[in-house]
Ligand binder design. Structure first.
Ligand code: FAD
Length: 383
């Protein structure tokens, strides 16, 4: 299988690597941590990428983009994930918020929100999941009740990544609670400082990563805050999740960690059990399969097709790699691998990857749900 995306893609990779080397310390792991220095670094780095025209590389120039191809953007995301995502939480804006706005936003919303995302000035979060509605998002209980000026939203979201650092949220609420899935939910673009909105961090085994609860008490939203049509939220969510699933190129992180751990082990590599080394080879193949499936999904997006099944297939393969590679790295590194902190083995990268990988088959939709999406597509069932 030839993954060569051409000379310009290779030049882009080298340019990105040079910027990373210049601006991101070797021991950086902090894409989404609660360390203010990590946040400052990611903010700076996004501004640098934006100034170089690389942050929103595949967006149209009218929105502050670089007018590149989706394959250019694929190179960007691979290099970012391979280097512990120095765009930080802002990757979400590029990955799925921007594309969803381009597809479903009004001209005013596009003009207002896309340029700041492309300039690296704003962090968005995703307020979809609730305590009783994760896989079954359609049953969400957060209500948006109509009043004279728009709606008032009351309810609770959970597992909202980066909510403490976010400026804006794409928030889902039921505007027609008695309606079936289609017609029940509406998406709103909500500033995180709007009165009535409270964020509470959730400590977790992921380490210092941001997961949060978000409470909404009569939060006011106007008709201008609606993304897509009133009652049309499900369609926008499906699109957003498909973009999100393809955009998290953690297969590139797996690839880079497999190589880095092997290099770090040096001569000790030959002393590892043969079975472990065979699994290593298998893992490298799995990483390439995940990459291939991601490219299949990118091709569908390039053709303008909404192909949930290929996005889900890519996500399944990537998250499985995340977990099998996590176990393998840990076995190869031995007890040292479990140590966190920047003075640890590979600056704690094995520990960091292992922790995050445990949640990989849950975040952005569980692996079981992804499999159902693929099966329904293959068997032609209803969504
Ligand atoms: C690290 C991380 C970050 C996250 N970030 C965000 C975020 O930023 N914004 C946001 O909105 N959400 C976020 N989430 C939430 C995530 O989308 C949900 O956790 C996920 O969709 C699963 O929902 P749930 O937790 O309610 O589990 P449930 O839906 O209750 O699922 C529990 C189990 O039942 C299985 N299951 C459920 N329904 C079916 C079915 N019909 N058939 C077969 N099996 C089924 C699931 O596969 C799973 O194994 C994040 C989650 C994690 C772990």
């Amino acid at each position: 299988m030839d993954y060569d995306l051409g000379e310009s893609a290779e030049a882009l990779r080298l340019r990105l690597r040079a910027l990373i080397e210049e601006q991101v310390p070797d021991d950086f792991l902090g894409a989404f941590t609660d360390d203010p220095e990590d946040l400052a670094l990611t903010q700076r780095f996004c501004k640098t990428l934006a100034a170089e025209g690389l942050l929103a590389l595949a967006w149209p120039a009218e929105y502050g983009g670089g007018g590149g191809t989706v394959w250019d953007q694929t190179v960007v995301r691979e290099e970012m994930w391979a280097h512990h995502e120095p765009r930080g939480a802002q990757y979400m804006g590029i990955n799925w918020v921007g594309p969803s706005l381009m597809r479903h936003g009004t001209p005013e919303q596009r003009a207002r929100h896309l340029p700041p995302i492309a300039a690296g000035e704003v962090i968005w979060c995703q307020g979809f999941s609730e305590p009783e509605a994760g896989s079954d998002l359609a049953s969400m209980r957060t209500r948006a009740v109509a009043d004279a000026d728009g709606w008032r939203i009351t309810g609770q979201k959970v597992w909202t990544s980066y909510a403490t650092m976010a400026d804006w949220c794409v928030l889902a609420a039921a505007t027609a609670p008695e309606a079936p899935t289609a017609g029940r939910i509406t998406l709103f673009l909500v500033p995180m400082d709007r009165p009535g909105l409270t964020v509470r961090p959730i400590p977790s085994m992921l380490g210092p990563h941001h997961l949060n609860e978000v409470f909404l008490d009569e939060v006011r939203v106007t008709p201008g805050d609606v993304l897509g049509e009133v009652g049309g939220g499900w369609k926008v969510i499906r699109d957003a999740l498909a973009y999100e699933r393809v955009g998290i190129a953690r297969y590139a992180r797996c690839d880079s960690l497999l190589a880095r751990v092997r290099a770090e082990l040096g001569d000790e590599w030959d002393g590892l059990p043969a079975g472990l080394r065979s699994r290593w080879v298998r893992a490298m193949i799995d990483v390439r399969v995940a990459r291939l499936l991601a490219y299949t999904a990118v091709s569908a997006q390039e053709r303008g097709e909404q192909d949930d099944a290929s996005a889900s297939a890519a996500r399944i393969a990537t998250t499985q790699c995340d977990q099998s590679v996590a176990e393998l790295l840990l076995e190869a590194a031995g007890p040292d691998g479990l140590e966190g902190g920047r003075t640890a083995f590979l600056h704690g990268a094995v520990d960091d990857h292992w922790r995050y990988a445990q949640a990989a088959t849950v975040s952005s939709g569980t692996i079981e749900v992804q499999r159902m999406l693929v099966a329904r597509d293959a068997l032609g069932g209803a969504r």
